[in-house]
Design a protein around this ligand. Structure first.
Ligand SMILES: C[S@@+](CC[C@H](N)C(=O)[O-])C[C@H]1O[C@@H](n2cnc3c(N)ncnc32)[C@H](O)[C@@H]1O
Length: 465
């Protein structure tokens, strides 16, 4: 070679070779999305929604494998080949095969040749025969360009849940983007993705699970039992989460929309389980980025922060800051904010039921739909609760444990108030009364269903003291 890295060398010398063929397969896989979601004779958009056929954009698949390789400590050709020799990869709902092609691409970037990958074992499962046929044709083009047959890449037309029940494969690593489809009432889980994940976690000889999932896997009470299963699987846990505004992982919106309305598309989590260190517990904040920063976000490692299995929330948190992580470490024995509230007390103020950049405080005397009334028994309690809910700390707490949108009564009531924080708030109570009296200076107004809604943004108000 000429002093360049293997990846640079390949991309310069292999434009028309197998790497070029992989790139063409990736482009084709991305472009085929809507066409391939016609499964049966129905309206394709309805069909797409019914089967959860929202395929992964290539940049997201590349990012997914970066995170996968990182957790499995695949850093060079040697570690890659060792991994491949000892694992059976399974794509449970392969669609057009984006994950398989982008895996080959990532392997080639580490210097793998087609010959060195000829033995790779990849079980490519999907219920949709048309998708598998498409995949098989693209794979054949890659093989022709490589001059190698990837006989270990096996296509399986099956319901994945049936496949998982009868599977006898060992050292299995599941990787992909399962369908996000609402299950019928009375089902074990509300969404089919959870059935997929449970089938993987209970698979006999499991080595790893890496999936793109809805953010609900991290926080929803509907999936608490699934999180218990995740924590008790004896594997490292690494989770990175992605907001849906301004940009989002799935460009076409998933799964509730058939249009490009970003607000309808999912907040997602890339959940990676496995790797050589089973004690790893790390999670990213809920990341937000403008479209102009998409390439940079998807080509970098998120900020990961450690979390504990003993986290009282039972969630996979999205730790928003070091300050919040440090604070939460010292909250054993702290009083939940609930104990400063009083159902029999007067309404002191209200809190906006949704948030984005700050927690909106509202006037108590205007009953605004979507506001949470805050009732307290004393002026001191009112000053404390107002400071807490306006603080950066509570905002970070909401980002860490909330759904990224709603501010819920439960979240407010559970916030732990340490005695140090309580003392700080008490010292600051006169200033708080003054801020509240001067609240017009902090007002922000917006139109909500034709009504002007006024919120107070007190982020800076109490920190000036
Ligand atoms: C969200 S798409 C993902 C496709 C591909 N993994 C990607 O990310 O580009 C979901 C795929 O799941 C398939 N699918 C839906 N239900 C399935 C099931 N029960 N078993 C296997 N595949 C299923 C659909 O046919 C579709 O191709």
């Amino acid at each position: 070679m000429d002093g360049s890295t293997p990846a640079q060398w390949i991309s310069r010398h292999d434009q028309d070779g197998w790497l070029g063929a992989i790139d063409r397969a990736i482009l084709a896989a991305e472009a085929a999305e809507l066409e391939l979601s016609r499964h049966g004779g129905n309206d394709p958009s309805q069909q797409r929604k019914a089967s959860g056929s929202y395929y992964t954009p290539s940049d997201v698949a590349g990012h997914f494998w970066d995170l996968f390789f990182r957790l499995h400590r695949i850093r060079d050709l040697r570690s890659l080949l060792a991994f491949v020799a000892t694992s059976d990869l399974v794509e449970p709902s392969a669609g057009s095969g984006m994950f398989v092609f982008s895996f080959l691409r990532k392997a080639a970037q580490l210097g793998a040749t087609p010959e060195s990958l000829a033995g790779v074992r990849f079980h490519v499962v999907d219920i949709n025969l048309a998708a598998l046929r498409f995949f098989s044709e693209r794979l054949r083009e890659v093989e022709d360009a490589a001059g190698v047959r990837f006989d270990g890449i096996r296509l399986v037309q099956s319901d994945f849940l049936a496949w998982a029940k009868t599977g006898t494969t060992t050292n299995v690593v599941f990787a992909g983007n399962p369908p996000f489809v609402t299950n019928p009432r009375g089902s074990r889980w509300k969404n089919l993705y959870a059935d997929f994940l449970e089938a993987m976690l209970t698979y006999e000889d499991l080595k790893g699970v890496s999936l793109i999932l809805p953010l609900s896997i991290c926080f929803s009470r509907d999936y608490s039992d699934l999180r218990v299963l995740i924590r008790s699987a004896g594997m490292g846990i690494s989770a990175s989460s992605y907001d849906n505004i301004p940009d989002c992982l799935f460009k076409a919106g998933k799964p509730d929309s058939t249009n490009t309305n970003r607000a309808n598309s999912q907040r997602c989590t890339i959940l990676n389980l496995g790797g050589p260190d089973p004690s790893v517990r790390e999670a990213s904040p809920l990341q937000r980025w403008p479209a102009a920063e998409r390439a940079s976000i998807l080509s970098s490692t998120p900020v990961f922060r450690a979390f504990s299995d003993r986290d009282a929330s039972g969630q996979i948190p999205r730790p928003a800051s070091e300050t919040l992580v440090d604070y939460m470490r010292g909250t054993a024995g702290a009083r939940p904010l609930r104990t400063f509230l009083s159902n029999a007390g007067r309404v002191a103020f209200a809190v906006g039921g949704v948030a984005r950049n700050y927690i909106g405080i509202r006037d108590h005397n205007v009953a605004t739909p979507g506001s949470i009334p805050i009732k307290v028994a004393s002026g001191d309690a009112s000053a404390l609760v107002l400071q807490v809910l306006s603080s950066k700390l509570f905002f970070d707490y909401w980002q860490t444990y909330g759904d990224g949108f709603h501010v819920t009564v439960n979240l407010i009531e559970r916030f732990p108030v340490t005695s140090a924080l309580e003392e700080d708030c008490m010292r600051n109570r006169d200033r708080t009364r003054k801020v509240w009296a001067d609240r017009a200076a902090y007002a922000k107004e917006k139109l909500n269903s034709g009504r002007v809604v006024r919120s107070y943004d007190f982020r800076a108000a109490f920190e000036e003291a």
